[in-house]
Design a protein around this ligand. Sequence first.
Ligand SMILES: Cc1ncc(COP(=O)(O)O)c(C=O)c1O
Length: 416
Amino acid sequence: MKTPFVTSSQLDQITATYPTPFHLYDEKSIREKARAVNQAFSWNPGFKEYFAVKATPTPAILKILQEENCGVDCASEIELLMSHKLGFEKQDIMFSSNDTPAQEFQYARKLDATINLDAYEHVDFLKNVTTIPEIISCRYNPGGVFALGTDIMDNPEESKFGMTKDQLIQAFKDLKSLGVKKFGIHSFLASNTLTNDYYPVLAKELFELAVEVVQATDVDLDFINLSGGIGVNYKPDEVENDIAKIGDGVRQAYEAVLTPNGLGQVKIFTELGRFMLAPHGHLITKVIHKKQTYRDYVGVDASAVNLLRPAMYGSYHHISIAGKETAPQTHTYDVVGSLCENNDKFAKQRQLPEVHVGDTLVIHDTGAHGFSMGYQYNAKLRSAEILLQEDGTTRQIRRAETAEDYFATLYGFDFD
Ligand SMILES: Cc1ncc(COP(=O)(O)O)c(C=O)c1O
């Protein structure tokens, strides 16, 4: 069973203060998660989690993670700029982008963020558009399929990201001759994995690669970045990943492969987004209509612009009705938003307790890749974000967009 991190009476108070829809985040569990991740990898003195900003690009959230000793992984110039404004120092910023525009590399160099090169061809591109840093990372793509036992997890062969082993070795040689002093290896082979084995298996593959690459190039390998990909239990019957077990699995691979090969100083980095934040955010929305045709519909005041994952990937997000968390699930509904798109459905044929207009719905696990994937179709505006603080009080950490925000880029263009 999934229960919201707020009680229905707390929600009554919060929705009396802030109009729905909004994303609500739980500071306490965010801090606990960051501490659990840091603890799980404390066996590695150089360990750092670089939170994937794309998951939740909200300054108040990034500051909480900063206080918990996390860095940031940025994918664009604006994410870099936001991180810089928040006081993340150069060693706290990873720049893992792809198909990267010249000005983004230039800005990353200005901040002296650690660049993670996605393509062998980017070695030349980087050299031509900016200066070569002292430390750099390259993203590896082994091709084929990535499997855990008999389970195929993903298909790197079809992925646009990363470079082949031969390219990575050549990139290290080229970069070394261009003056790079320290190197990192990065790879992201499967998304939203619900197994404690993903990181350990990935780590072993990267550690073996590291040994081979160092032998071939004689570079000073500074870090290995396991990137993101640890998933969360979106469905109530799924089992949560255990970060302590995951960290220990990586340690065992490290001690089996890196340490005996003289690489016992290599730092482990992660770029988790979903695992850090998804369970610690809810989308709070109210029921504004009910409709009966061939199905029973519940119409809410949020729509896919506030949470795209169900419309885009058919993703499951659990739904609780405030005050009816343990009520019997006697009805079958499609829970829908107001967009002129039939995929604007938070749930299809979902068993729920009877729903009434005015009920408050909690859509679970929206803290990562939730608000941030939002858009403005049908001229719908982005919602506010609210933080439930450790002392139980709430604070608005982003206001909702207004018509003036929407019009801001239009004034002067046949529009006054
Ligand atoms: C380069 C990179 N790092 C980290 C992440 C975060 O992944 P996750 O949210 O699955 O942990 C992503 C997600 O798209 C990514 O592209």
